[in-house]
Ligand binder design. Structure first.
Ligand SMILES: *Cc1c(COP(=O)(O)O)cnc(C)c1O
Length: 403
């Protein structure tokens, strides 16, 4: 039987591995040798479990969305990661990694961030654990996600603007890796998604697997069957998706649909749909699909959503696409905006722009009335209010979205 788990060498099929500069080799090897032992230890499990429950507010609800279900003619359940402390699934990962960092005796934390959700979640756990925190963030992203920058600073983190490339997530990640190379002994790098060198993709997937563990149990309570017909999530690097799928990967009856950010459309030259547009290459320490030109130079990605604006993708997702275990749909800016308004008006839930891409898949699939569909709402829309208001005002002049 095919396995979708990482192998001993850190690969999912041909994808993954740990392509790091010599200076980080020992650091990464130390992590590879210790992460499973630590994560599976009873001391870690106890402390992590308590923090997830009492600090992050887990389990997050699995909500039956009645009006949305009526609209799409199936049974739609929303996994409410938007209700977690700090407003997204990112806290599941940062709580786990800060415990690991402490265990390894590290004294300084660095992180990269796109929309700022991972930066806020990192700054939050650093305040909690009294650790200094440096967050790298592209200047473009700092402008479009200002409230998260202010939160990070209030929490005591140093936010460093990155002005290379198109000043978004890829560029912030480059700078974080550069910092790590200069400070390998005392610094722990909290990566925010299932990207980077092995063991990060597997470690982050394990820490996010709390999502699918809860879905299984909650579905069983609500529908008397633990498995849905469909799982739907958005993919930036792929961590909320990996967490949503984790316990269902080896269940072939569970269909998996993942949403990439189409931007203005995959053939527009303004897109972040890596599965559709990428070719094999190395980005941020992993062999995976990468948006690149003929010379192997990274193509600048584009999405309205800062959290999905990334030219790579986690190696596990490259493999899920390669094996056709998951279907990847491209959802454009306009479709995501429309889906966000729809959820807001039908269910009274304002989703993050990233999560709106997952919702944008609903009208691209034909469901049967008895189908049970679980959509992960990876985060809440507070950080995206400026974008929503601008789009709303534009639509009000030429109404197509809201009718
Ligand atoms: C960061 C973020 C994403 C994208 O990251 P993944 O690793 O693909 O999950 C999606 N939704 C929200 C709300 C985010 O903050």
């Amino acid at each position: 039987m095919k396995t979708y788990q990482v192998n001993q060498q850190g690969y999912y099929g041909p994808y993954g591995g740990a392509y790091v500069p010599e200076i980080l080799h020992r650091c990464v090897e130390e992590l590879q040798n210790s992460y499973v032992k630590v994560l599976e230890s009873s001391a870690f499990q106890k402390e992590y479990g308590q923090l997830l429950r009492d600090y992050a507010g887990r389990p997050s609800p699995l909500y039956y969305a009645r009006r949305l279900s009526e609209k799409y003619g199936c049974k739609i359940y929303l996994k409410r990661e938007d209700l977690n402390h700090t407003g997204s699934h990112k806290i599941n990962n940062t709580l786990g990694q800060i415990l690991l960092a402490k265990h390894m005796g590290k004294t300084r934390i660095i992180a990269e961030t796109g929309a700022g959700q991972h930066g806020v979640a990192s700054a939050t756990v650093c305040a909690l654990m009294d650790m200094p925190c440096v967050v790298y963030m592209g200047k473009t992203d700092m402008e479009r996600q200002r409230s998260n920058v202010e939160k990070m600073r209030l929490l005591g983190a140093t936010v460093i603007p990155v002005t290379s490339g198109n000043m978004t997530l890829k560029d912030a990640t480059n700078e974080a890796i550069r910092d790590w190379c200069c400070n390998p002994a005392d610094t722990y790098y909290i990566i925010g998604s299932v990207v980077g060198p092995h063991p990060y993709p597997d470690m982050v997937a394990r820490l996010q697997s709390i999502i699918s563990g809860e879905i299984r149990q909650q579905l069983n309570e609500k529908t008397e069957r633990p498995e849905p017909d469909y799982l739907i999530a958005c993919v930036g690097g792929g961590s909320n998706a990996a967490g949503t799928l984790y316990h269902f990967l080896e269940k072939p009856n569970v269909k998996i649909i993942l949403a990439e950010a189409g931007g203005f459309g995959i053939s527009s030259g303004m897109s972040a749909a890596t599965i559709h547009l990428g070719r094999e290459g190395i980005l941020h320490g992993a062999y995976t699909l990468v948006m690149q030109d003929e010379d192997g130079q990274i193509t600048e990605p584009y999405s309205i959503s800062a959290g999905l604006d990334y030219p790579g993708i986690g190696p596990v997702h490259a493999y899920l696409s390669h094996t056709k275990r998951a279907a990847f749909l491209s959802v454009n800016d306009e479709e995501a905006l429309q889906a966000a308004y729809e959820l807001t008006r039908l269910e009274g839930i304002i989703p993050a722009l990233e999560s709106a891409h997952a919702l944008g898949c609903l009208n691209k699939v034909t469901f049967k009335p008895e189908d049970v569909v679980v959509v992960t709402i990876s985060g809440r829309g507070d950080k995206d209010m400026e974008t929503y208001i601008q789009a709303f005002n534009k639509q009000a002049k030429t109404p197509t979205v809201l009718s």
